[in-house]
Design a protein around this ligand. Structure first.
Ligand SMILES: Cc1ncc(COP(=O)(O)O)c(C=O)c1O
Length: 428
């Protein structure tokens, strides 16, 4: 049980300290115990603690935050606020379908989602999350969601070893074929994470997002970029779209926007989609969508303080520098006999464990190989996560020191090595 957070560390009930190796759930990017954020929340709680933007009113923090965010996302000009990542993606999908309905094309409703993508666990997003483990207990999938292959070069569906320069998946040809097969007049949108997070820190080859943009443009398909993890600095830029020079039709965000201190999410909309929303001449005229906590003023105030802190403390530059240190620190992990691949984008690392490096064969699920290593790391003072398929993730706060970063990676390596013999350490 964790009772306190201090900087990049968590303190357990018995007083033991743990490095917060995944920044909570990729959220606490600036660390714990930040008085600037607490002060912003307190001040707003005393002025206007609650107001929903559902119903034609707004508040200064919501308006100011929308302006700040759209200044960071060229080509996009409006923000629809919600309370988290699932709501953001659910809203983006609804807005995409609404867009085509208003253009007289109600049949253009299919959403394409990548294999191993994670987009949330609400209604449609549960189906748009293409990780099988999240599906079987919850009945029928949502209609009109179709999977497209992931640019997962280590286990490329188009063949291993994968050469991204000619791979049909990495080059966007597989997506284009899928759109042509379904019929472009049926496809509303494509949703994608710039770096696949919960699906195993899958880092698409350079240029992938740009190629998706080109394919979407050719077939009149809206591009929704899910920056719930990558937004607000994790790869060293405000949004990962920037790295590829891509302007999305919608960007979704959550998590790091408030440093995880209070729930907030949102959809940033392209100029065209925003104009369409504001046009009172359009039927039915109102956007019949929103939530009780849409545009929550306290959450927006904390988000403003978070953005100010990222700027004031030059944290994007720090992410760039720490990412280089991290690349250096994780390199020796590749020599461990069970490490199949180490992937990194900014301050996100995935370490994929395999039973056989030659064949890339996975461990049986019952072996809980990744989880065992994660538990061993916890015993050694690092909180990390074993994602599905024995992929360990490390995504520390941007403020982590070099010493703590190197120590974390050392613990990770030791924990993988110490749990190699499946009978050596009992399951926790
Ligand atoms: C990329 C991505 N999208 C969406 C979500 C869903 O966000 P939430 O859990 O806030 O609903 C997550 C959560 O981990 C995520 O990683």
């Amino acid at each position: 049980m964790i009772v306190r957070g201090e900087g990049c560390e968590l303190v357990a009930a018995e007083g033991r300290r743990l490095i917060d190796g995944c920044s909570g759930l990729w959220t606490v990017n600036l660390g714990h115990g930040r008085n600037d954020l607490v002060k912003a929340a307190g001040a707003q709680l005393q002025t206007l603690p609650y107001l929903s933007t559902f119903g034609g009113v707004s508040s200064p923090p919501a308006i100011e935050l929308a302006e700040r965010i759209t200044a960071l996302t060229p080509g996009l000009s409006g923000v629809f606020f919600v309370s988290g990542g699932s709501e953001a993606n659910e809203s983006a999908i609804k807005l995409a379908r609404r867009h085509w309905i208003h253009r007289g094309m109600p049949q253009k409703s299919i959403v394409l989602a990548h294999d191993r993508g994670y987009h949330g666990l609400s209604g449609v997003t549960t189906t748009a999350t293409r990780l099988r483990a999240y599906h079987p207990d919850f009945g029928d999938p949502a209609p009109d969601v179709v999977e497209v292959p992931a640019p997962y070069t280590y286990r490329c569906e188009a063949g291993v070893p994968c050469d991204p320069a000619v791979c049909p998946i990495c080059q966007g040809d597989a997506l284009e074929r899928k759109i042509e097969e379904i019929g472009p007049d049926r496809v509303a949108a494509l949703i994608v994470e710039p770096v696949f997070g919960s699906g195993g820190v899958i880092v698409p080859p350079a240029g992938y997002l740009r190629r998706l943009r080109e394919v979407c443009d050719r077939h009149d398909v809206l591009l929704i970029v899910d920056e719930v993890i990558t937004g607000f600095g994790r790869t060293g830029t405000w949004f990962a779209c920037e790295d590829e020079g891509v302007v999305a039709d919608m960007i979704t965000f959550a998590k790091g926007v408030t440093n995880g201190y209070i729930p907030l999410g949102g959809v940033v909309l392209s100029d065209a989609l925003w104009d369409e929303l504001r046009d009172p001449g359009r039927r039915p005229g109102y956007l019949m969508h929103g939530f009780t906590h849409s545009g929550h003023p306290v959450a927006c105030a904390v988000a403003l303080a978070t953005i100010e802190a990222i700027e004031r403390e030059d944290l994007l530059v720090q992410v760039g520098e720490s990412s280089e240190l991290l690349a250096d620190a994780v390199a020796p992990l590749r020599d461990l006999p069970e490490v199949g691949e180490v992937r990194q984008a900014g301050l996100m690392v995935g370490v994929e464990l395999v039973a056989d490096r030659e064949t890339r064969q996975r461990w049986p699920v019952e072996a809980e190989r990744g989880r065992r290593a994660a538990y061993a790391a916890r015993d050694r003072g690092l909180l990390t996560r074993g994602l599905l398929d024995d992929i360990l993730c490390f995504a520390p706060p941007f403020t982590i020191s070099e010493q703590m970063l190197r120590l974390s990676v050392e613990i990770l390596g030791e924990s993988i090595a110490a749990t190699g013999d499946l009978h050596a350490e009992p399951r926790v």
